[in-house]
Structures are given as C-alpha cells and as structure tokens.
Design a protein around this ligand. Structure first.
Ligand code: NAP
Length: 331
C-alpha cells in the first residue's frame, strides 16, 4: 500500500510502499479517496509534537469506501462511503479525553495513503451533500471547531463572537458553525483577501491582527465579543483579553505563536472572564458536528487540492500560512 511517510524529522515525506497490517475484528479496511492536512501534520514534520514515532504515514483526515471488515457482524459496512473520526479512545467523559486517547496519523499510520485500517466504531457515513474532497476536509478540524464553539464555548444565538486567524482550517469551520448557530461573527486575519472571503461566509466584520491597536477599532465598530475562539495565543493574546466583553469566554484550542507574553490579570478578574481550553472532541461532539453540518448543509472551505504525491507541496503551503480553509490531497 503506497503512503506518504515521514522517515526523518525536517525532511520531505517519501512515497513508500508499506504493509497495511492485519485486519483485526472490529476494524475495517478503507480505500481512501481523499485526505486533508492539519497543522498537526506540519508540527510533526518539524519534531514539534509529543510522542513522534518514525517511520509513519501521516494524516488524520480521510474519506473513502469500506473495502473489507474484520468481523462478519460488520459486513453491512462493506461498500459504504465513509469519513473517519480521527479521535480514538476518547473514553466515557464529556469533560475530557481518557489517557488512552490517540489521534489518527500518529501513533497510528494515517490517511496520506491509498488504504487504511480503522475501528468500525470510528466510521461515519459520508455526508451526502459533500464531495470526497469536502468530506475528507471535515473530521479533525470540524470536530475541533464544534467542541471549541459549541461544547466548550457554549455559544448562544445572538452573541457576538470573534474568530481569530480565520484563514486556518479549524477557524473557517468555527466561522461557519457560529454563523449557522445565529451568532454575530467578526474575524481577524493577516490578510485582507481572507477577511473578504470570511465576509462571504457570513462574518460581519474583520480586522487585521498585524495592525497595532486593531482591538480598539474592533471594540468600537463591532463591539466586545461574548466569545472569542483562538488558536494563536502568543503576543496577541493580551489583545483578546482586552477586547472580551465583561463575562466573556475565550476558548483556546492551540498556541500557534507560542505562550501568551502577558495576561492582564486585572482585566481578567475585573471583567469576570473565563479562559477555556479545548481539544478535538468526543464521539458526541463528532455527532453534533455532523448534525450541524447536515442541518445547515455546510460545505467545508477547500483552499487547494493536491495529489497524494504532492503532499510536500501541500505542507509547504501550510507552512507559509497562505491557505484559506482546508488543504486537501486527492488519492
Ligand atoms: N487542540 C486541538 O485539538 C487542535 C486541533 C486542531 C488544531 N489545533 C491547533 O490549532 C492551530 C491551528 O490549526 P489549523 O490546522 O487550523 O492550522 P492552519 O490551517 O495551518 O491555520 C493556521 C492559521 O493561524 C493563523 N495565525 C497565524 N498567526 C496568527 C496570529 N499571530 N494571530 C492570529 N492568527 C494567527 C493564520 O490565520 P490567517 O491566515 O487568517 O492570518 C493561519 O491561517 C495549530 O496550532 C494546531 O496545532 C489544535
């Protein structure tokens, strides 16, 4: 089975023939049609991710057709068009994942391949309104955005929401979900073109986070958000704490630019702010995400589609931060 493998850190992925392994009971063999990138894949290539094991096929997102199952009871799955929930062994608590929790694509061989073995309980039927590329774009970023905005963020209709760094894969979903849920949404980005694209998706305002004092402008023209969804942290985090409405929530699912340089504790406690962490999502979050996508016929924003063999070019685009939405590999 050919797959794009990471063999060495900071080196290009290599298209390599690998053994798929034994099809165990409870597992399915899926012939993949498309996969998608997440920032995690890039972090792994750079050695900036815990628990890296080499060599490994990368990729957490995939969509394809079930070719074979390990259990006769799972026979009805054969021939079904599916997406794969990449969050395995979440456990029984909605509050947090178990210590067994793992993410498809490290330590398991991932989706940048023609075939994959995945637990049948992680399969969901492909949403009918989505193409293969759109379906592959959905799982990891979709569930992360859903949990951050809905489960952890507790978004209510009519609230003001700010999504930072809207060009990101998760951020574009967070924008679409918040708009669908009836929020008034503003975004930040490094790019005017991305802000314009976000407005096409329903954002009512956009601000360039590279402009000094953008948060003061946002407070005046948009108002102070009840909910902020962020994955950048870093130096700009202080601006989010300043901007949040009294009683507001700031949800972080990442720290792309490193830890916050400072947090004004006076603003934090005086304004009764809640700082909330969020990671991927439970099986219930995954179901909730699929329901929302189905109810509102939401289509993932596809930035660009590459072939499997072009995975290194796709990673280079992500490294440069050029994308608006998801970068996809056609298999
Ligand atoms: N905890 C989890 O479960 C989880 C799940 C998924 C992702 N993550 C993390 O979340 C982050 C985003 O992941 P992704 O896959 O969506 O990545 P991505 O598609 O590569 O998007 C990254 C985006 O970050 C934005 N950004 C960069 N510098 C910024 C800054 N100073 N302020 C605000 N935004 C900034 C950029 O937005 P513009 O292009 O608009 O400037 C960029 O497009 C990564 O750190 C990733 O590891 C965590």
């Amino acid at each position: 089975m050919p797959g794009m493998m990471i063999k060495e850190l900071k080196a290009p992925l290599e298209l390599t023939e690998t053994e798929l392994g034994e099809l165990k009971p409870g597992y399915a063999k899926v012939s993949l049609k498309a996969a998608a990138l997440n920032h995690r894949d890039y972090w792994i290539t750079q050695g900036l991710y815990p628990g890296i094991e080499l060599p490994k096929v990368l990729g957490s997102d995939g969509a394809g057709i079930v070719a074979e199952v390990g259990d006769s009871g799972d026979q009805p799955w054969v021939g079904k068009e599916v997406i794969i929930n990449p969050g395995w062994d979440w456990g029984t608590s909605e509050a947090t994942q178990s210590s067994e929790f793992t993410i498809l694509g490290m330590p398991h061989n991932g989706t940048f391949a023609t075939e994959i073995l995945a637990p049948v309980e992680m399969l969901r039927e492909r949403p009918k309104h989505l193409s293969w590329e759109e379906a592959a774009a959905l799982p990891l970023a979709g569930v992360t955005a859903f949990r951050a905005t809905m489960s952890q963020g507790q978004l209510r209709p009519g609230e003001k929401v700010l999504i930072s760094g809207v060009g990101g894969g998760v951020a574009t979903f967070a924008l679409q979900f918040a708009v669908a849920a009836g929020a008034e949404v503003a975004v930040t980005s490094s790019s005017e073109a991305k802000i314009a694209a976000a407005k096409e998706l329903g954002a009512v305002a956009g601000f360039n986070y590279r402009e000094e004092g953008w948060q003061k402008n946002a407070a005046q023209s948009f108002g102070r958000p009840n909910l902020i969804i962020d994955s950048a942290a870093g130096k700009g985090y202080a601006n989010l704490v300043e901007l949040a409405a009294p009683g507001g929530r700031i949800v972080n699912y990442g720290a792309t630019t490193g830890p916050p340089e400072k947090v004004d504790m006076f603003k934090l406690f005086w304004n009764q702010l809640k700082l909330i962490g969020s990671t991927m999502g439970s099986p219930a979050d995954f179901r909730g995400m699929l329901d929302l996508v189905d109810r509102h016929q939401i289509k993932p924003v596809i930035d660009q589609v590459f072939s499997l063999a072009q995975a290194n070019e796709a990673l280079a685009r992500m490294e440069k931060g050029e994308q608006f939405g998801k970068i996809v590999l056609r298999i």
